[in-house]
Structures are given as C-alpha cells and as structure tokens.
Design a protein around this ligand. Structure first.
Ligand SMILES: [Zn+2]
Length: 459
C-alpha cells in the first residue's frame, strides 16, 4: 500500500464519513451535551476495530486507538455545536428551530474528517504491519474553550508524539500561527439590598460595582497592547429597580496573542474589580471559568501540512455548488466579501470568486488571521501540533454565522471535509514512513518550550 492507495481507500469510506457528518449536523449538540454525537463516532471506530478508551471525569470525551509502538499520532476531532445558530440547508436565513443550536463552526465536518483519516491509516497499518499508533481524540466542549484543557489535565494526551488538527473555514491554507490566548472569568459582586426610595442610604449596590468595574475596564483598554481584546456581558443586573441590587455579576473574556499578556491583563482586571468593590462598599469574588493558550508554531509540521495540501490539491466544484456559494455570499455585506476576496487574488483584479479553490502560498499564509481562541492551542504546548484550514464555506462567510451552519451541511462543506481527511492521511503516511520528521518536530518543540512550560489555566 502506498500513499495513493491510502487515499484511494479513503475515497471508499468517504460516503460513511459524509453520512456521519450529516447525522451530527442534523442533531446539533452544544458544548457539554455531545452525548449522541460522541456515541456516533465511537460506534464507527469500534466497528473498524479501534479500542475505545474513556477520559477520566469527561462523559463525552474519548480516545479511539489502533496500532502499536511509536510514533503515537493524535488526531483531534470535535463535534460540538453553537446555541442560536440553527439553520436549514438553505441560501437564506431559515432556522430549523428558532434560536435552536446549529453547527455554525462546522465541527460536524471537523470531527468527521479526522475520523475518516484514521480509518484510512488504520487500513494502512493493518496491511503493512509497520510500527505506529493512531489515536482519534473525541474532544467535546471546544466552543466553551475548556474540553482539551480538561483532557490535558486528566492525562488523556500522555504518551503522544504529536497532534494533527484542522478547522473548517473559507480558505485552503496551512496555518503557522493562530488562536488568541484567552481567559474567561465571572465577577460576582455582593452588596446590601434596601428600598431604593425610602432608605437608599442603607443599601450598597452590587450593580453599581459591576458598572464601575466596566468603566475601569474600558479605561484599561487604552493601556494594553493593541492586539488585546477585552469583552464582557452583564449576566446578573439585579431585579426590580426599586430594590438596591444585592447581587450582580459580569462575565469577561480577556484575549491576546500570547498567554503572558492574557495573564498580565487578567491581574490588572482583578485590581479593577477590587477597586469597584471598594468604591461601592461591596465585596467581589471571581470564578475563572476557563482559559486557553495560543497555538505554539511548529515549522516542521507546518511545512509537512503545506506540502500535503499542495500535493493532494484542493477540490473542484460543480456548477450547482458554485451557485450555492454565490447565493450565500450575496447575503453578506459586499464590502466585507470584497475585502476577503482581495486576500486571495492580486489586488488589481476584479475577479469574483465564491469558493477559494487554490492552496494559499506559504509566503501569504499570514494574511489569514485565526483570531478566535481554541483549546487546541493548549495541545500545541504539550506536544508538536499543526493546524490547517480548508474551504468549507464561501469566501467572506464568518465562523459562527447561519451561513456557516448552512454551508457545513452542504456538498461544498463535504468536499472541504474530505480534502481535510486526505491531508491528514497524507501527513500520517509521511510521519509513519519517516521517523526523522517526528524527531525534528519534537526537537523544535523542545527548543520552543525550553524557557516557557505549559501551566494549566484551570485549577
Ligand atoms: Zn470551531
């Protein structure tokens, strides 16, 4: 069996992979509730002879393992959906369930591509009897940025040599740097309730403290690095206006390209919270809900990813798929779409493209900024990890939108998914046949983490 035989075998199982992806898409389960989705993945892996291992304390996380000896390759799969992004397979806004959940981040594709690739490599290991272990990681709770952080804590990744990851998006590209590091924190203020008209002097408003903290945080913005992001909501603002609010709560995200900046800004935010409490004579307690790291680059794996993306070549589309993409694109702000297209064609061209159909050249990969956060970042700090994107959504479609949900259930999305499965398979084939690649990726990882070690963001 050579590489093209592996890819040929993958083609043979691709209908099953698509079917899985559609089942998950049709039954969107949000973070922490992925019971049926994780079971679907487990069932297929079991039927192909993978050994299923549980992850301590996490019902919807698991490992499907096949093979023996080294290298031990982890392939990261996710399957959680997002609240409020329900959408049918349509080119206009048309939710299946009003305000219901939907796969607006394409994790139905994400997990299924990863699964397809391990089925193909399992066949290869079985036929050739060469050394090597593949592990499909069923990773829940990505949208709440905590699943893999908890899995690392539970030791689920112990013994792996490297990890492979991808994400559905609107372009085909290997990613060298990505994800913002993040902290998610709730601030609970406690005051004293009183009649707001009759005896306001005996009340101490927890809501005042929340508001003053927000004022402080908004002033802080001017004195942090440009690339930092601070966002908040008020999750409890008290009850009736005629009662001085005894309890109030805000929820903050702090993000920045590097973990050290997130930690530093978080410390300053704590001071602001204490200041707000002092001003209002209330008390404050905070709860760190989660946190995650930025992605640690790995040049060896980046090069290997790019090589396989080019070698395999991006998919081609039918007229119908292009029409679908065009119709979806037309629902978006045209200026935003144009700006997005400009990233991928020469600036003096007026060409209209609906789907990205090339692989971005290495020197241009930094034009695609992965500015969200992901708990996959944490995995890149405990072993070498790659990241790539494929075009599963029309150009201009943002993640976490109904357009992304619709595209993730379309044949366009399926093509990007199968392409991703091919890239993973090609990479694993190379890694199994060239132990030096694994060694070099690890040597680079060891060098990069020599002075900065991973410290779990959660207790
Ligand atoms: Zn996602």
């Amino acid at each position: 069996m050579n590489k093209s035989d592996v890819l040929e075998y993958l083609k043979g199982v691709s209908e099953e992979v698509k079917e899985l992806s559609l089942k998950v898409w049709n039954n969107p389960e949000t973070s922490g509730n992925e019971k049926e989705s994780s079971n679907l993945f487990k069932e297929i892996l079991k039927s192909y002879g993978f050994e299923i291992k549980e992850v301590r304390g996490m019902e919807n996380a698991f490992i499907g393992e096949y093979g023996s000896g080294s290298p031990v390759i982890a392939v990261l799969g996710e399957y959680d959906a997002l609240p409020g992004l329900s959408q049918s397979l349509d080119t206009k806004f048309n939710p299946v369930e009003v305000n219901g959940p939907g796969h607006g981040c394409g994790h139905n594709l994400l997990g299924s591509a990863a699964l397809g690739s391990v089925l193909a490599i399992k066949k290869y290991l079985e036929e050739t009897k060469i050394n090597g272990t593949i592990r499909f990681y069923g990773c829940p709770e990505e949208e709440t940025l905590i699943g893999k952080v908890k899995m690392i804590k539970a030791g689920a990744f112990d013994g792996c040599d490297l990890a492979l990851s991808w994400h559905p998006m609107n372009a085909n590209t290997a990613i060298e740097r990505g994800f913002l590091s993040n902290n998610s924190i709730k601030f609970k203020f406690h005051g004293i309730s009183a009649h707001a008209a009759q005896s306001p002097e005996s009340g101490r408003s927890a809501l005042d403290a929340v508001e003053l903290m927000n004022v402080g945080a908004n002033y802080l913005r001017e004195h942090v690095i440009d690339s930092a992001r601070i966002h908040y909501t008020i999750t409890n603002a008290g009850g009736a206006p005629n009662i001085v609010p005894k309890e109030a709560e805000s929820w903050y995200f702090v993000r920045a390209p590097y973990r050290k900046d997130v930690e530093e800004i978080t410390e300053r935010l704590f001071k602001i919270a204490k200041g707000a409490a002092m001003m209002t004579e209330t008390t404050v307690e905070y709860e760190v809900l989660g946190g995650c790291y930025e992605m640690l680059p790995n040049k060896v794996l980046f090069d290997l990813t790019h090589k396989n993306m080019v070698e395999i070549g991006s998919p081609t589309y039918t007229e119908e798929e292009l029409r679908f993409a065009k119709a979806i694109q037309e629902t978006l702000d045209p200026n935003m779409v144009e700006a997005e297209i400009k990233k991928f064609i020469s600036s003096d061209s007026d060409e209209k493209i609906y789907i990205h159909q090339k692989v971005l050249e290495k020197e241009n990969v930094n034009s695609v900024v992965v500015s969200g956060s992901s708990d996959s970042g944490d995995v890149s700090w405990i072993m070498p990890m790659n990241l790539f994107l494929t075009a599963t959504w029309p150009l201009g479609v943002p993640a976490h939108s109904w357009q992304a949900t619709s595209s993730s259930g379309s044949s366009m999305g399926m093509k990007g998914m199968i392409y991703a499965a091919e890239i993973f398979s090609g990479m694993m084939y190379d890694l199994l046949n060239d132990p030096k690649l694994v060694e070099e990726a690890n040597a680079e990882f060891n060098k990069r983490t020599e002075k900065r070690k991973y410290v779990s963001p959660i207790e």
